[in-house]
Design a protein around this ligand. Structure first.
Ligand SMILES: NC(=O)c1ccc[n+]([C@@H]2O[C@H](COP(=O)([O-])OP(=O)(O)OC[C@H]3O[C@@H](n4cnc5c(N)ncnc54)[C@H](OP(=O)(O)O)[C@@H]3O)[C@@H](O)[C@H]2O)c1
Length: 331
């Protein structure tokens, strides 16, 4: 496993982090708790020491599973628990809420669910347009000083929003979406984070499973699984993405004797050399190939060839914006 220091903190993270959104079940058609716990242990066996979760993932369930798994080991001090704050849920839906009151309540709820007395990396999940970013940053800075959190992150923030945030708080990380099919951050967020020493936790490494190479045109997604409404998985679009996956897989096999999954995660790690790829999993077998990502690199010529393959199959790339929650209604 490769490791990287999370900006100016004392957190030394594996360059692949385990994403636990699907473990919460919500928007992923449910999940099996025993499988999830085994997946977390499998991640540790593979050298992963960062686990990314959030209160909203299954409305507490993902954090509870992470807490239960870790509390049954003696590894707590070797691990980085990255969780988030600033989304509330009601019977009507999920909304952004980064008020001081909300953050101070959420941090204690998360600590309880995670069965721990500190959070290693605490991230504002989405910018809240109804609360000045400086107010949110001030509360986060207070939590750092108080020792409840060891480092501060944001997620889905633009450079402008990060610039405002840092007027009131240290900022160690940003968590944007990034993978071979979703490159909306190339021109602005990546350069900003590099120039300002902000580590990126890049989410959606497998583009919700597409880049695993295991999905087919007739794959079915259960219940509330978000791929039932993800625009990439809809007729006339999905087949183009699957064609790109097939061609990338052929290329990876011929050039590197690797799979498209290996190529996709390696591509992220080589493109963003000081950053972390978040790989979502909920069954232990899904992490079997983690070792295949290590010990090799993609050369510059191949980087261009890989981009050509993607561009030739997908003329109008679709971003991940459909996942963004809205602001609180009726204020
Ligand atoms: N900050 C944010 O706003 C935000 C947003 C999205 C995600 N995230 C974070 O980033 C993490 C990763 O993103 P993600 O979970 O959306 O998606 P992802 O990593 O792109 O894909 C995860 C899904 O891919 C499938 N998969 C994983 N390994 C596989 C394998 N070896 N073979 C076949 N399929 C495999 C699984 O789906 P099945 O189990 O259905 O097969 C898994 O749930 C999240 O868990 C979360 O921690 C953050």
């Amino acid at each position: 496993m490769e490791f990287v220091n999370i900006s100016s903190s004392d957190l030394n993270s594996s360059r692949i982090g385990l994403g636990t959104w699907a473990m919460g079940g919500w928007l992923w058609g449910g999940s099996d708790k025993n499988d999830c716990i085994k997946t977390i242990y499998k991640a540790f066996d593979k050298g992963i020491n960062l686990i990314d979760t959030a209160p909203v993932y299954g409305f507490g369930k993902s954090e509870e599973i992470v807490g239960e798994a870790i509390s049954q080991t003696s590894l707590r001090h070797e691990l980085i628990i990255a969780t988030k704050v600033g989304l509330e849920w009601t019977d009507d839906g999920v909304y952004r809420n980064s008020t001081k009151e909300r953050i101070l309540k959420e941090v204690d709820d998360s600590l309880k669910r995670l069965k721990t007395d500190y959070i290693d990396l605490y991230q504002v999940h989405w910018p809240d347009p109804l609360v000045p970013l400086e107010e949110t940053a001030e509360v986060m800075a207070y939590l750092l000083k108080d020792g409840k959190v060891r480092a501060i992150g944001v997620s889905n923030f633009t450079p402008e929003q990060m610039s405002l945030f840092v007027t009131e708080s240290q900022l160690h990380s940003n968590q944007p979406p990034y993978n071979l099919f979703e490159r909306g951050i190339d021109e602005d967020i990546i350069p900003y984070c590099n120039e300002n020493n902000i580590t990126m936790l890049l989410y959606g490494a497998l583009c919700r499973g597409l880049l695993s190479g295991k999905l087919e045109l007739n794959s079915e997604f259960k219940g509330d699984d978000l791929r039932n409404f993800d625009p990439k998985f809809q007729p006339d679009v999905y087949d183009k993405y699957l064609l790109a996956v097939q061609r990338l897989d052929n290329y990876a096999q011929e050039k590197y004797n690797k799979s498209v999954l290996n190529l996709s995660v390696r591509w992220m790690l080589d493109k963003c050399r000081n950053d972390i790829a978040l790989w979502g999993a909920r069954r232990p077998d899904q992490l079997e190939e983690v070792s295949e990502i290590m010990g090799w690199h993609i050369d510059d010529e191949s980087m261009l060839e890989i981009e050509d393959i993607v561009n030739s199959c997908i003329e109008d790339p679709i971003g991940p914006e459909f996942m963004a929650p809205g602001p609180r209604p009726n204020l």
